[in-house]
Design a protein around this ligand. Structure first.
Ligand code: ADP
Length: 456
């Protein structure tokens, strides 16, 4: 303000002096008036520049710095705008963070306005319902999700519970189930949450099946056992009959024991730490044990028959051995010998079983068991490793099977990064192959040539 008075006064004095020098008293009066008008015009010009800038408010195009009242006003407004701009930037960045967090949510999120238009949705919601985040903005949700259950849910306006729907990408072979829940908030606005519960429902169904299967597997021999116990208690039997009944009871007890043992093995496999690559197991030793167990089982199963299985194992290995597998010896043996045992159990005595170990070009190796048994219908193959899944129930039971063998094999192999492949044709036998990756196997030192299979 003081500056303003000073400049005005100086211009007046200058006008007066110049006017006096030029025309005396009249000259001084005209000079003072002219100086006043000049000052007023200059001030008006600066005021207009400031007003023009106020109209646009562009912080990057500020008028030249100026002194005085207009300069101060300009400065104050500029500072105010700058603070406001910073605040807006801060809010925008907070909003961006919130949306990024919502985008990262593992659940689908849809924000709806009071009339049910989609204001925003994250990528998961797009995948769940087939939305396009840009294209479908401000579209009515009810027009895009046409599931009758959802339409009824949306119309009911009772959002205490959610609703379960079929996902957009659901197919009969790969069903997708979604749990959808609407949460009202604010003034009529809504938040819709969707969650993929396919795995949860499958796990629940598997748990139910598992409990039913275990109960069935235990109950059947238990019923038989109870029947025998009652017979022994109520009837007077001859010593031979007694012995026969006791043998049958022992068989049923053994069956239950096998089931419990199998279940314990599976739970131990699920709980124990992943096998490292620090311990190396000799392939030759594994094959020898598989051969011993396979032959013993074959002798047991064909002891009353005129024919016996022909069993072919790799030839005795050269001095340096056949190589090694990184993993847990007991688990590897149980998986590989299980495949040999299955071949023996399901192949008639006249058939043959061939076990091979071969190296692949990529450094991996394959253990395979080929039999000339009944083979398996392709429709059963994908389910063979499920717990308690059997194709031939009677043969499985007769030979002490539990229906858990291949699921134990699968678990062990998964833990060793190996893959089980089943190649089988009904009436033409089966080949069960185990592919070990290069990272899990190593060739013997000085290995020049790998041995070929020979008769065992
Ligand atoms: P099980 O104890 O019944 O043998 P597994 O899990 O080992 O259970 O095998 C599952 C089913 O796969 C068996 O019941 C059998 O029907 C079938 N199977 C397994 N191996 C063979 C094979 N080598 N030849 C024919 N069928 C087989």
């Amino acid at each position: 303000m003081a500056w303003r008075i000073l400049v005005f006064s100086l211009s007046q004095v200058l006008g007066l002096l110049l006017g006096w020098w030029y025309g005396g008293a009249w000259g001084a009066a005209v000079g003072g008036a002219l100086a006043g008008w000049c000052w007023f015009a200059a001030d008006l010009g600066r005021g207009l520049r400031v007003l023009r800038w106020f109209r646009h408010g562009d912080l990057d195009a500020l008028p030249q710095p100026m002194h005085g009242l207009w300069g101060q006003a300009l400065d104050r407004v500029r500072r105010l705008l700058r603070a406001q701009q910073l605040q807006i930037q801060e809010r925008e960045s907070q909003l961006d963070d919130i949306f990024a967090a919502l985008q990262a949510s593992p659940n689908g999120l849809v924000l709806l306005d009071s009339e049910g238009h989609i204001e925003w949705c994250n990528q998961i919601a797009c995948a769940h319902f087939g939305f396009d985040a840009e294209r479908d903005r401000m579209q009515l949700l009810g027009n895009l999700v046409r599931d009758p259950d959802f339409t009824a849910y949306l119309a009911s306006k009772d959002y205490a519970h959610g609703v379960v729907l079929q996902g957009r990408s659901s197919t009969p072979s790969r069903p997708v189930r979604l749990s959808v829940h609407i949460y009202p908030h604010g003034q009529g606005r809504k938040l819709m949450l969707s969650r993929d519960i396919t795995a949860l429902e499958q796990a629940e169904a598997m748990r139910r099946d598992f409990v039913a299967n275990v109960s069935h597997e235990i109950r059947t021999p238990l019923t038989v056992l109870t029947g025998f116990v009652e017979t022994l208690q109520t009837l007077k039997l001859s010593p031979e009959e007694n012995e026969r009944y006791l043998a049958l009871m022992a068989q049923q007890a053994m069956r239950m024991q096998n089931v419990v043992q199998g279940l314990l093995t599976l739970s131990r496999l699920e709980d124990s730490p992943w096998p490292g690559k620090g311990e190396w197991v000799s392939v030759q030793r594994l094959l020898e044990q598989c051969a011993d167990e396979g032959r013993a089982l074959s002798q047991l199963l064909t002891r009353n028959q005129s024919q016996h299985h022909t069993m072919v194992f790799p030839l005795p290995a050269p001095a340096e051995g056949l190589g090694e597998i990184a993993g847990i010896q007991s688990e590897l043996l149980s998986a590989l010998s299980n495949l040999v045992a299955n071949a023996v159990r399901y192949t008639p005595a006249s058939g043959s079983i061939t076990v091979k170990w071969r190296w692949l070009d990529d450094g991996g190796a394959v253990f395979s068991v080929q039999d000339t048994g009944p083979g398996i219908d392709p429709k059963h193959v994908p389910r063979l490793t499920e717990r308690f899944y059997r194709v031939d129930h009677s043969r499985s039971r007769e030979t002490g099977g539990t229906g858990l063998g291949l699921s134990i094999v699968k678990h062990v192999l998964q833990r060793h990064d190996a893959v089980l492949e089943i190649d089988s044709k009904p009436g033409r036998g089966s080949t069960f192959s185990v592919h070990f990756p290069a990272s899990r196997v190593r060739k013997p030192h000085n290995a020049l040539a790998m041995p070929t299979p020979g008769a065992g």
